[in-house]
Design a binder for this molecule. Structure first.
Ligand code: RFL
Ligand code: PHB
Length: 394
């Protein structure tokens, strides 16, 4: 099998890249180890930056997003049992859209397959060869049969646990782990507030978000080694009631729990994001803790840059854009890394009972709630900083 770009991973990064390349007349094959049903039902991100929504529209995959996505013009920060609303639209002229990552993935898969795109699910033993030569190869096994893709470039869109990052010899890795994790539930109950609530409580962080007018998404700060079995639904609801409660009459509505999981928190950046004919996008190169809602948005920003650089290569023989990919991507990567770290440290409770850290976090929150400049800084990062260029070379 011969293609121009071999993409490993059918998460939002790999699928969107395939779609943006197709819009520029560039062929790709996407190889995914999991089956389609698994990929389409993995509950993850929910908050899309203004620019992510724009990109999905330009990619021609936003019909359902525009119909079903929930546009939020503000967000709430709750601490000291009081709520402070940041008017994102007033502060930045922009908002965010709440629409599940798995819905974005479903829309992208449907668009690729309808257009005759090649997305292979259940591709096992994916192995990359010859990235230093002019014709890299990717071998894999599907339905028990060995197969091979020959391509000009390989893109590692295979997430944090993928195989591609390990092929960038001599890379530098920056890492920070946090002494907590998030326990997340999806519940069949209407959201208790039309907007997202980030709450800092003496018992720890809690987050109220949503997926639709009937489905609420909620998270609790827990220990990093927390056992999910120790959190039956009743305990989760009781703790959410305590941490999300305020003195202003907020009531949290409860309902059947549809999904429950624990996510560790980590900041991680690998650089460079390229070696020879291999490029990394999204979580394969960097991850952020979910507190800033940046992970998928950052994956989309990488993909825009790489789609543009590959477009420049094929349309105009430009080598400089591909050579400059790491440098171009890393500015936004580090901004998001800092923002996510900042939101995380401001909203979580120190599990070691470090009173100094707790006071610093409280004064930061108070500053955001009382200063328009600080609120604007948060809102700019949250709704997404502008892109420096378009994703299409033409
Ligand atoms: P993904 O989504 O992990 O996709 C990688 C794909 O590669 C496949 N794969 C392989 N395929 C073939 N061969 C191999 N050897 C392979 N190894 C792996 C995997 O099966 C998978 O299908 O990475 P991608 O595309 O870079 O996308 C990144 C996002 O998924 C991630 O950043 C976000 O989910 C992070 N995130 C959030 N991001 C936001 O922008 N806004 C949010 O509100 C937000 N909330 C979250 C989040 C992540 C969370 N968790 C569970 C980590 C909330 C949570 C709880
Ligand atoms: C979500 O809706 O899943 C969500 C919202 C905000 C975050 C992280 C996750 O910061």
């Amino acid at each position: 099998m011969r293609t121009q770009v071999g993409i490993i991973g059918a998460g939002p990064a790999g699928l969107l890249l395939s779609q943006l390349l197709a819009s520029q007349g560039i062929d790709s094959v996407v190889l995914e180890v999991r089956d389609r049903d698994y990929v389409e039902h993995r509950v993850r991100a929910g908050v899309l930056e203004h620019g992510t929504v724009q990109t999905l529209r330009e990619a021609g995959v936003a019909d359902r997003l525009d119909a079903e996505g929930l546009v939020h013009e503000g967000l709430n920060i709750r601490f000291g049992a009081r709520t402070h609303r940041l008017d994102l639209h007033d502060l930045t002229g922009r908002g965010v859209t709440v629409y599940g990552q798995q819905e974005v993935v479903k829309d992208l898969i449907a668009a690729r397959l309808t257009a005759g795109g090649d997305v292979r699910f259940g591709a096992a033993d994916v192995t990359v060869h010859d990235i230093g030569g002019p014709r890299p190869r990717i071998t894999f096994v599907q339905d028990g049969h060995p197969d091979e893709v020959r391509c000009d470039f390989v893109v590692g869109a295979d997430g944090f646990h993928g195989i591609c990052r390990g092929l960038i010899a001599g890379r530098t890795e920056f890492e920070r782990s946090y002494p907590y994790a998030w326990l997340g539930i999806l519940a069949r109950t209407p959201p208790s507030c039309p907007e997202v609530i980030y709450a800092r409580h003496p018992n720890g962080f809690a987050l109220h978000s949503m997926r639709s007018p009937q489905v609420t998404r909620l998270y609790l700060q827990v220990a990093p080694d927390e056992d999910l079995a120790a959190w039956p639904d009743d305990r989760v609801w009781a703790e959410l009631q305590v941490r999300l409660g305020d003195d202003e009459g907020f009531t949290l509505s409860e309902g059947p729990v549809l999904d429950k999981n624990i996510t560790p928190m980590r900041s991680f950046v690998a650089t460079p994001m390229q070696r020879e004919r291999l490029f990394l996008v999204g979580d394969a190169a960097h991850i952020v803790p979910p507190t800033g809602a940046k992970g998928m948005n950052l994956a989309v920003a990488d993909v825009r840059l790489l789609a543009h650089a590959l477009g420049g290569h094929y349309a105009a023989g430009r080598a400089d854009l591909l050579a400059g990919y790491t440098e171009a991507a890393s500015r936004r990567v580090w901004r998001a890394t800092h923002f996510s770290w900042w939101m995380t440290s401001m909203l979580h409770k120190s599990p070691e009972g470090d009173l100094f850290d707790d006071r610093l976090a409280e004064t930061q929150l108070d500053w955001v709630a009382s200063s328009r400049s600080m609120a604007t800084a948060l809102a700019e990062n949250y709704t997404g900083l502008p892109y420096e260029q378009g994703w299409s070379y033409r």
